[in-house]
Design a protein. Structure first.
Length: 101
């Protein structure tokens, strides 16, 4: 059964106080965006056929590689990708993609 693979790993954590603004650059900025994201992408890999329609809609978030497995590149994508992620979820013929707010 395929599974979610995240290119960022899981060893780094970041706590952001919601009452403060955070300024960062480079990899720290990507961590801030990742941990303050307002949506989470969930894929039911028992339903997923890895047909890459989601990748066509949101290549920043989904990737089907040569091994024919779907990889979720950003489990919590930034808000500016919401429209693309929603389009990817709608394009999935097996309705295997859901967005959790």
């Amino acid at each position: 059964m395929p599974f979610v693979r995240n290119r960022y790993g899981t060893s780094s954590t970041l706590t952001v106080d919601s009452g403060r603004s955070v300024q960062a650059s480079g990899s720290v900025a990507s961590l801030v965006a990742r941990y303050t994201a307002s949506m989470r992408v969930i894929v039911d890999f028992d339903q997923c056929e890895s047909n890459a329609l989601c990748m066509a809609a949101a290549p920043e978030v989904f990737e089907v590689r040569d091994d024919d497995f779907l990889y979720v590149l950003q489990e919590e994508p930034p808000e500016e990708l919401r429209a693309k992620v929603e389009a990817a979820a709608r394009s999935c013929p097996k309705t295997a993609i859901t967005i959790e707010d």
